[in-house]
Design a protein around this ligand. Structure first.
Ligand code: PA5
Length: 447
């Protein structure tokens, strides 16, 4: 793989003095991650994952994936947030966003339990009709509403179809000891895997949380770990100004201080869509607290240039973009057309990727002219190694960036607020006081 990171478009926005002003902060933040002595440091298990993971479980995951590939046409992955985004990002990154539609010898994979939509559920059940199905329910707590409801529905579907044999088709990924799914896994003898205690959801894709679905899609786990290890070797060992994780963390913090409070992760390939979603959770949940943080958003080019392009070029000047340019040589040559009705014969003889590259370049120049700073990342392949590398790059940079911002990058206190209201409205036992007060509030609002 070739991964490159460049600040070539940033000259007009960030000076060497700016860098000099934050480099000590970056060193301080880097050391907090490396020495594991910052806030939330008991959630740094992901830092060493490329070097050290439970090999017994790793081999069991590979075996389980093989069993699932051999015995089912449809694999349902139930989970939300950190228990879902990484695996889906990996499948689409490596296999393409049309993975399910492609001819292949691995099962279709549907991600469910990541919303509360009955029509999504109905559609997935319909897709299972007449098919052999396995389930991986992934939830550290085992009590999250969305995957909990989905598991109830889909487990019952499996039990109706297979009777007691359904148990062999259910795989559980949850906390080692605590959590509601652990006793169920034991009672029903579901094969189970562990969400490590020291790894939070959004940093968990290289743990059992991501590994089983990724392996079922036929993605080589060893290769993925090689990529993650290459990034860990390069970025997590030594602090220096050329460390690209450090650079990325510095640039983001500098741009934020200059009023650019929205970061767009952009890519020029639709297979990056879910990778961008994974990144949004990683950065949004890590940094958005204490009234601080960049708002992470994403766009796919050139698709979104025909919708959001206008805003990016000329709307409020609070944006910067980090572009992951997927530059993979192809031999998809555009043919000349006799009539040239669309006026596109000027690209005849060129490859589609060549055109895509000119679009990336032209867009970067236009956006920089429009005062949108651009961080340029490029990858020249999209395989398991690349995925592991990119994941580690963004995770490590996120931890450094979060500490530079002065927050704890590993907690997520704010996600409880909506749950408290929802549970109060649903009448969950233990929420009686909250139910009373929310009903009074709603009554006032309706007057
Ligand atoms: O990053 C996080 O902690 C969250 O996104 C969780 O992963 C998500 O809420 C799911 O939680 P659980 O795995 O307990 O079902």
């Amino acid at each position: 793989m070739a991964f490159s990171f460049s600040d070539r478009y940033l000259g007009k926005f960030i000076s060497s003095f700016d860098y000099a002003a934050v480099i000590d902060e970056a060193k301080y933040a880097f050391d907090l991650v490396k020495n594991k002595n910052g806030q939330g440091s008991d959630f740094l298990g992901w830092v060493n994952l490329p070097y050290d993971h439970d090999m017994e479980e790793y081999e069991r995951i590979k075996k389980a994936a093989k069993k699932i590939q051999d015995t089912c046409d449809v694999f349902l992955v139930i989970g939300i947030g950190g228990s879902y985004l990484g695996a889906r990002a990996a499948v689409e990154f490596v296999k393409g966003n049309l993975y399910n539609e492609k001819k292949k010898d691995t099962p279709n994979i549907y991600f469910i339990g990541n919303d509360i939509s009955s029509s999504h559920m109905r559609d997935v059940i319909e897709l299972c009709e007449g098919k052999d199905v396995c389930i991986n329910v992934i939830s550290k707590s085992g009590t999250t509403t969305e995957p909990g409801i989905a598991f109830r529905v889909l487990r019952s579907m499996l039990e109706k179809k297979y009777g007691a044999a359904a148990n062999e088709r259910i795989f559980v990924t949850t906390d080692a000891k605590k959590g509601a799914l652990r006793p169920q896994a034991e009672e029903y003898k579901y094969e189970s895997f562990v969400v490590p205690d020291d790894i939070g959801g959004r940093y968990s894709v290289l743990s059992a949380v991501g590994l089983l679905p990724i392996a079922v899609a036929g993605i080589d786990l060893d290769e993925m770990f090689e990529g993650a290890k290459a990034a860990a070797d390069k970025y997590s060992k030594n602090f220096n100004e050329t460390n690209e994780c450090v650079k990325y963390a510095c640039i983001r913090n500098l741009l934020l201080r200059k009023g650019k409070n929205i970061e767009l992760l952009a890519s020029n390939d639709p297979s990056m869509t879910m990778f961008c979603e994974w990144w949004k959770q990683l950065y949004g949940e890590s940094e958005g607290k204490d009234g601080k943080g960049l708002y992470p958003a994403s766009v796919i080019y050139s698709t979104d240039l025909h919708s959001l392009g206008q805003y990016i070029q000329e709307g409020q000047r609070t944006l910067f973009e980090t572009v992951i340019n997927v530059n993979i040589e192809d031999n998809f040559v555009i043919e000349a057309d006799k009539t040239n009705a669309d006026g596109l014969n000027f690209v005849a003889g060129k490859t589609i990727n060549y055109v895509n590259q000119q679009a990336v370049l032209g867009t970067a120049l236009a956006h920089v002219d429009g005062n949108v700073p651009n961080i340029a990342i490029e990858i020249t392949s999209r395989n398991a190694y690349d995925f592991g590398y990119l994941v580690y790059f963004f995770e490590f940079a996120c931890a450094v960036s979060g500490y530079m911002l002065g927050i704890n990058p590993f907690n997520q206190p704010g996600v409880e607020a909506y749950k408290k209201n929802m549970f109060a409205l649903l009448g969950k036992p233990g929420y009686e006081e909250a139910t009373k007060s929310i009903n009074e509030r709603l009554e006032k609002l309706s007057k």
